[in-house]
Design a protein around this ligand. Sequence first.
Ligand code: GLC
Length: 747
Amino acid sequence: MAGPDLVRELSLREKVSLTSGATAWTTRSLRGVPSVVLSDGPHGLRRPAEGADEFGMSGSRPATCFPPAVALGSSWDPDLVRRVGSALGAEARAAGVGVVLGPGINLKRSPLCGRNFEYLSEDPLITGVLGSALVAGIQSQGVGASVKHFAANNAEHERFRSSSELAPRPLRELYLRAFHRIVTEQQPWTVMAAYNKINGVYATEHPWLLTALLRGEWGFTGLVVSDWGAVDDPVSAIGAGLDLIMPSTGGRSDAVIIDAVERGALVEAAVDRAAGRVLELADRAAAGAAGPAPRFDRDRHHALAREAAGKSIVLLRNVDGILPLDPAGSESIAVIGELAREPRFQGAGSSMINPTRLDRALGEIVGYAGEDRVAFAQGYRTGPDSDGDLEPLRDEATTLAARSDVVIIFLGLPAADESEGFDRQHLELPAEQTTLLDAVLAVNSQVIVVLSNGGVVRVSGWQHLVPGLVEGWLLGQAGGAALADVLFGAVNPSGRLAETIPFKLSDTPAYLDLPGQFGKINYSEGIFVGYRYFDARDLPVSFPFGHGLSYTTFEYSDADATQQNGDGLRLRVRITNTGRRSGREVVQVYAGLPGSRVSRPTRQLIGFTIVELAAGESRQVELIIPRSELAYYHPTQSRWLVEGGRYRVEVGSSSRDIRRMIMVEVTGDDEVTRLTPASSLAEVMAVPAARNALRDLLAHHPMAAMVDDPATMAMIGSMPIRRLASFPGSEITDGQLTELLSRLPRL
Ligand code: GLC
């Protein structure tokens, strides 16, 4: 029996009991309706191991640890991400899980966010497209996803009660954008409401967010679940449109909700609605779990994790072709750094899982080059005992570097520096690691740095000194092998930065807003998040959004862009692989509108695609870009609008490596301005019908000539026209103005 039908037969107590968890990870079973198991996380299944603590923080059952979002985001590859989602969904299905608590799709507003390793990008388009792909993959296995954390959860500091203070345009154009795409494209089974407040109202108790917007405007039909422990007032939450309070509240939320209904403080229909959605979720999970549970092949999933990691690695620098190394070569190779032997492959917190196996870069490098060519030095410590005298380790590493032909040095953030639950204080690598790098560079210039980090680190102090620089992020259980695949050329790197690597922290958009104060975090940069900010301020960066090198080269030619009968843009460009080996190019399309009437980024990503080409191969690439990608959100008219004008469409290999630029005339939406007595003189004069009517009205007025005098209008053009009636010598009355406005075009 479907949810709503059964709800009618339930008592109030039974219905209310459905609105919170039965345990940390399950919904209540009732009248033969089975409970649903919800389980983290976005890059691998975290089901508490037998005998582990209820929240599973002390250990979870082995599962494939795929690359966390920070890496997958750098793949720019929705097909790959969808396959990862399918594998994750298959493992969830096999483990009896009904809902996977992911993807995390909050924007990377600041590189200081401790949880950036779990998020995809600073850009809403990449976040939406890849997040949608992951949801599609998970749900293709008959398992639900939980798109999180809805919304504007962009910092960990004070996350349980801080209010994200942001205006309608950044909220809509950036922080809600990916949620909107995923909800409308995939109808995720659940959306997870975040801990934080938005403009003073808890996300879990936000009627506009959870009902008017999510359901009324976007048409979401699934279930809204709270983040774990995110509900402050259960009555307010259920009334706002939350359906499931997690984890179990031990009956406490039941009592207050029943009392509120009995007092008339909460309509029972709200409880019916929430209970019905929990039952519907149970129906969906039961249907999804019907039939034989698929057995998944751990080795195949590991191979997929390796492929995904290899396509997520970003080659930042490759001077004089120091990379790839030759597996059959004779150079002696020094591998330096504990991270080569004991990799960090995922972030800490609720997404941390127990991998089915773990590849280590050191062993994989030896596998390619042979033991006689490779020597290792620890260089530094990463574990809890990372203090102590590091001099001997540094000396050993420097000595090894001095007698080696090439050095691969692994640097990165220790687990203690970044995690769910707290934010970072800086962008620096540990001092002992940069000191080690200096010492190695002093004795050998052929140095390749491999970074291992969940959030970007500052590299501006030394990036120019190293001929090879690889951003390895956190790559999951197969990352060590994937790094060796790239270092020795078995895989041609195609990762592109999905977030900017800034020169320094104080250049970043949110620098002055964080960590927030008095319970609020201001989003003062507005729509200028990430590269939008660095471009608007023309700031140099270490490596720009979209950057990533290949072992081959690509040429862009024959680009054209045309408006498609009001439906959007069609862009065509020819890509030629001008190098000596096959490779994947991420073709990126940006748009800007010079002279726009509203503030806008210089450029914003409006489309991208991956093209794989053999050496010498050339192919025309076509992208159809929906008109909605050009729209901005009008905060006073509360609607999306496409402004007419000549758009600058740029095609390139990164946001700052533009290869072709085309100007395209785009027809705008009718921006009929609703004119009122509060409208300014300039606004009235901008509407032809109004302009003539105003001139007639002012015919004998002392200010008659002003409306056609640019200098005067520059001074008083912003005056509300109702003030004209109050001018000395004015024969204009309020009635005349109102009559004038009544004849003018309306919205
Ligand atoms: C955590 C996280 C959320 C996770 C949930 C369950 O606090 O914010 O992402 O899914 O609780 O572990």
